[in-house]
Every structure is written in structure tokens, then in C-alpha cells.
Design a protein around this ligand. Structure first.
Ligand code: MG
Length: 204
């Protein structure tokens, strides 16, 4: 399986990164080794002094697809979960400045904690109106609603599938709302869809 992450899909977050809304989706990949499951602790990596959280809705692909038209994209996923796109912001800043790819800052081991439980799409009357949030040490630091996405889930699936064949089990991180910030050893992160706690782990 592969993990495809969408960048700058919420205007307020693009702005906080001193960027503007992209005219087409921007995405990058994380390898399977980036997954962190079962609410296991995240160990702060030695190569960074500024790891940031980015809470994101995560879509799980349920069948193989290529060149998927937008109007059929909804058939290619049936579950939505939540995850964190950990980013070594200091490393990313250096790479961006040098015009280099972001992989080192984004794709490192355990940089993609994902909740074990995914919710069936049918639970939501509108997948483009889902509330989600991240609490850091009991205080809400990020809050989003999928209606604020610049590109909808269906548009993302269709766009990505023009370049990369999607396969069953692939995960798409759909972008983070504003409010990203640093984590520290000892922090507890809890991510919710609506009021359901789906991811709960510590930084060690
Ligand atoms: Mg992200």
C-alpha cells in the first residue's frame, strides 16, 4: 500500500505557510514504513528540532482505479479515518529553500499515525461536511470541516489517479486545516472525527 498526502488543501493553512491556494491539487507520498498504528507512541526523531502536527481526514481506497472520472470517484472509497501528517518543519524549510524534494521532511519512519478505526462513509450525510479536530494535551489546536477543502475528496481521487494507479488499501491524507504547530516530548495527541476519538497517542 501507499500513502498519498495532499498539501495546501485548506486556504487558511496555505496562508499560514505563506502560500496561496493552488490551481490544481498538490500531493506527495509517504512509504508504508511511515505508518504508526495502534495508538503506539511517536518517538521524536533526532534529525529535527521542529516536528509539526497536521491533522487530516484520511480516505481509504477500496478498489483499483486509474483515470477515474470525478463523477465515479465516490465508488473508490467507502471509509474515512483520521491521521497526522508529521512534518519536520525545519528540514522542510531547508529543502524548500534549496528547491529540493520534501521526502526527508515528510516521509520518515512513523510520520503517519493513523487511527485504527475507520468510519463507513455511509455514516455521514455529506462527506464534504465532516468536522474533525486535534487536541494537544487536552486543548483543541486544530479544527476543520471538509467543506473547507479547496479540492473535494472526489476531485482529489480523480486527479491523483491520472498519474498514479490507486489500489485497495491505499490511504489519501486530504490536507490539514490551519493551526499546525510543534510537538514536544511528553505531549498527548488526540484526534477526533465529529466527537469520536479515533487516534490517541503520546510523544516520547
Ligand atoms: Mg499535510
Amino acid at each position: 500500500m501507499k500513502i498519498i498526502c495532499v498539501a495546501k488543501n485548506y486556504l487558511e493553512h496555505a496562508r499560514e505557510m505563506d502560500s496561496t491556494a493552488p490551481s490544481e491539487p498538490v500531493f506527495f507520498l509517504k512509504p508504508e514504513t511511515a505508518l504508526l498504528r495502534n495508538n503506539e507512541p511517536f518517538y521524536y526523531p533526532e534529525f529535527s528540532n521542529e516536528v509539526h502536527y497536521e491533522v487530516e481526514l484520511v480516505v481509504r481506497i477500496n478498489k483499483m482505479g486509474k483515470h477515474i472520472p470525478v463523477q465515479f470517484a465516490h465508488r473508490y472509497y467507502d471509509q474515512i479515518g483520521i491521521g497526522i501528517d508529521f512534518t519536520a518543519r525545519d528540514v522542510q524549510r531547508q529543502l524548500k529553500k534549496a528547491g529540493l524534494p520534501w521526502s526527508k521532511a515528510k516521509a520518515f519512519d512513523f510520520s503517519a499515525p493513523v487511527g485504527n478505526e475507520f468510519l463507513p462513509k455511509t455514516m455521514f450525510s455529506d462527506v464534504q461536511n465532516i468536522n474533525f479536530r486535534l487536541d494537544l494535551n487536552g486543548k483543541t489546536v486544530q479544527k476543520g470541516n471538509s467543506s473547507q477543502m479547496i479540492f473535494s475528496i472526489d476531485q482529489l481521487i480523480s486527479y491523483i489517479s491520472q498519474f498514479i494507479t490507486l489500489k485497495m488499501g491505499d490511504l489519501i491524507f486530504t490536507g490539514t486545516p490551519s493551526g499546525v504547530g510543534p510537538i514536544h516530548i511528553g505531549d498527548r495527541l488526540q484526534a477526533y472525527i465529529e466527537n469520536r476519538l479515533l487516534l490517541d497517542f503520546e510523544v516520547k
